[in-house]
Each structure stands twice: as structure tokens, then as C-alpha cells.
Design a protein around this ligand. Structure first.
Ligand code: G3P
Length: 219
């Protein structure tokens, strides 16, 4: 399973990368705005800086909503770096654009997926990734993990190569459950990724090992 970090914060991307477990990055307009990245030149430079850190794909989301504009914006983003994946919303013109990008060999990530039907449509159009939003479904008392399971079943039934990129992850348990269900990729905030490290028995066990060693060494 690949690990992507869901942020536009360069320090956090570097921290996850330094851990040695990071594959790629996903961003969205909200995450870019959170870092204060505005204006075409700044946005472009920021995507380039992210691509310099990680080895795998970097999702850059279009802010256009009509076919012609999505294509124009997406082609410009894809030209920045071969790692760039054009992130396209699950709307009618978005699906058309995904089909177009697919025919041109441009990678896409269909975002804002909240149903298995939407994922099926994106896969049929040739999306490289679909991004089901787990946490936002959980937030409205729906079952985000059930959606991952359904999409896995559908893609396996027909051999779709579209990768399931589980997004809107809230904590380490989401990551573990996505791994159990066969998601191809998770994208998560740094805290959720680092949260996988933690267990109280690891902490207490290590403290005991170090104390026993110190005692035996007469310290
Ligand atoms: O990248 C999109 C997705 O991960 C958003 O997550 O936490 O805003 O629901 P969140």
C-alpha cells in the first residue's frame, strides 16, 4: 500500500519523507489556501517544490468546472512535472475531462467520491485514482470504510486498474482498516501517519529495557 500525505505544507511533507515511508502527496484548494499559496506563479512554484521532495505522484487539483477549462488547466498542471496527477472533481464535465486526459496519457485523480457509483464512473472514464472521502462520510453518520470495501469489490470484479486512494482520513485506525480492505493508497495528515508508530506497551517496554540495561551496567 502506498502512503501519500494530504497536505501542502512543505515542512510536513519533508518530515514524512525523512521517515522513509512517504510515496506521494495530495493537495486540494483548501490545503493550498491553508498554507497561504495564492496566485498562479506561487501555486506553480509550490507544486514544483513538492515534486522535488517526493518520488511518486503529486495530486494538483483544478479549480475549473467546465470541460474546456478543466482540460486547459489540467494540461498546464501536468506539464509541470511527470509526477503531477491532475485532480478532477466528480462532476459531469470532470468525468468527460478524465476520459480526455486518459486518452492523452495524463494521470488523473477523481476527487470528492462519496458513492460506489461515482467510483465506477470514474474508473470507466479511465481515472488513475479515485479518492473516496472516508472521514466526511463518517462525519455524517455514514460508513466510509464500507464505501472502500464496495469500490474494491467492483474494481476487482471487472479488473479496473484505477487505484483506490482512500482520502479524508482522520486517524491511524482508518489507515489500518484501509489496508485490511485493500485500498491501493492512503492519503492522510502527518498526525495520522505518525500515529501508527504509537503504542503504550512499546513505550513502557522500551523504558524497561533501557532501565534494565542501565542497572546491569551499574549506572
Ligand atoms: O484531499 C482531500 C481529503 O483528504 C480531504 O480531507 O479532512 O478535509 O475531509 P478532509
Amino acid at each position: 500500500m502506498k502512503f501519500f500525505i494530504d497536505t501542502a505544507n512543505l515542512d510536513q511533507i519533508k518530515e514524512a519523507h525523512d521517515l522513509g515511508i512517504l510515496d506521494g502527496v495530495t493537495t486540494n484548494p483548501s490545503l493550498m489556501a491553508k498554507e497561504g499559496i495564492t496566485g498562479e506563479e506561487n501555486v506553480i512554484n509550490h507544486y514544483k517544490a513538492i515534486c522535488d521532495i517526493v518520488e511518486d505522484n503529486v495530486s494538483a487539483e483544478v479549480i475549473s468546472t467546465t470541460f474546456d477549462e478543466i482540460v486547459k488547466e489540467g494540461e498546464a498542471l501536468a506539464a509541470l512535472n511527470p509526477k503531477i496527477v491532475v485532480k478532477v472533481p466528480m462532476i459531469k464535465d470532470g468525468v468527460k475531462a478524465i476520459k480526455y486526459f486518459s486518452s492523452k496519457g495524463i494521470k488523473t485523480n477523481c476527487t470528492l467520491i462519496f458513492s460506489a457509483g461515482q467510483a465506477l464512473l470514474a474508473a470507466k472514464a479511465g481515472a488513475t485514482y479515485v479518492s473516496p472521502f472516508l472521514g466526511r462520510l463518517d462525519d455524517i453518520s455514514s460508513d466510509g470504510l464500507l464505501l472502500i470495501e464496495d469500490i474494491r469489490t467492483i474494481f476487482d470484479n471487472y479488473g479496473y486498474e484505477t487505484q483506490i486512494l482512500a482520502a479524508s482520513i482522520r486517524g491511524p485506525l482508518h489507515i489500518v482498516n484501509c489496508a485490511k480492505l485493500g485500498a491501493d493508497v492512503i492519503t492522510a495528515p502527518l498526525a495520522a501517519i505518525v500515529g501508527l508508530l504509537k503504542h503504550p506497551l512499546t513505550d513502557s517496554g522500551l523504558a524497561t529495557f533501557l532501565a534494565d540495561h542501565a542497572k546491569a551496567a551499574g549506572k
